[in-house]
Design a protein around this ligand. Structure first.
Ligand code: LER
Ligand code: MN
Length: 268
């Protein structure tokens, strides 16, 4: 199995990004602990120097399996389901602007918090219409590039839109684009799914990316999830992508990253 860990290219507010700060030093440490890749959290690809990024990553033999985009919501309020058309358009434009970098890196573009939260006075049904429309626009913008998008079902405390794998599969059906699938995250699944393993099997080849954190959102091995069983089922679906650590930097980022991969390797 190939493992990566989330690293922000710039300072970020989101808590479960394990690493922030000195990018190159963090990349070196991540490679040293035996990770095969880094998942990048990128607010705006305009702020990323792609050549420099490639230089740092290739000097440590690391690849980028996925690009997280949630900071555009967290720090700028961009959302696919806003009641303001200009905000929805800006969100679609921002996600589309990730396509060249993602194509270059062969990375999946993550659709997490960018889907937003239904604003007061708007129906859930209307939000779902906006969501389908926005994803179709992004999928169409990437047609022919090989770039794929993965929507992440997230727990009820973070959004009212798409909590479970089943809801994600229904959305895939509605969107109807081959380059659109799901990102499953064990932290969210532990809250929302009846049985994590069954949901992984159900999504099967539409799993485009995979996040791991333990039940308490600490590193794998710090809670009560059975990663041996989870990763065995994931592998059984034919998934050959990355298993990416997105966990709290506790007790500190270095200890979390080192213990996390040690646990994952010990059960696979
Ligand atoms: C992002 O991957 C995620 O899992 C969310 O919880 C972000 O808030
Ligand atoms: Mn996640």
């Amino acid at each position: 199995m190939k493992f990566s860990v989330v690293l922000s290219t710039h300072a970020a507010a989101f808590q479960a990004v394990a690493f922030k700060g000195d990018f190159e030093a963090n990349v070196g440490k991540i490679a040293g602990w035996g990770y095969d890749g880094v998942e990048l959290a990128v607010r705006d690809p305009k702020l990323v120097n792609a050549g420099e990024l490639e230089r740092v990553l290739s000097s440590h033999d690391l690849v980028v399996p996925a690009i997280g985009t949630g900071q555009a919501w967290g720090e700028e309020g961009l959302s696919f389901t806003s009641d303001d058309e200009a905000v929805r358009t800006a969100a679609v434009d921002r996600i589309s602007s990730h396509i060249p970098l993602a194509g270059h890196l062969d990375a999946v573009v993550i659709l997490g918090l960018i889907r937003g939260i239904t604003p007061e006075g708007q129906t859930h049904e209307r939000s779902m219409e906006y969501l389908v429309e926005a994803i179709r626009a992004c999928a169409a913008a990437a047609a022919g590039t090989g770039v794929r998008f993965a929507l992440e079902p997230m727990n009820r405390y973070e959004t009212d839109l798409i909590h479970t794998a089943r809801q994600g599969l229904d959305l895939i059906e509605r969107v109807g684009a081959d380059n659109f699938g799901l990102l499953l995250d064990t932290f969210h699944m532990n809250i929302e799914e009846a049985l994590i393993e069954d949901s992984i099997r159900a999504v099967g080849d539409r799993i485009f990316h995979f996040h791991v954190a333990d039940s308490n959102r600490w590193y794998p091995g710090a809670g009560h999830l059975d990663f041996r069983a989870i990763l065995e089922v994931l592998s059984g679906t034919g998934y050959r992508g990355f298993v990416s650590g997105e966990f709290m930097p506790l007790p500190d980022p270095d200890v979390a990253a080192e213990r996390g991969i040690a646990h994952l390797r010990s059960v696979t």
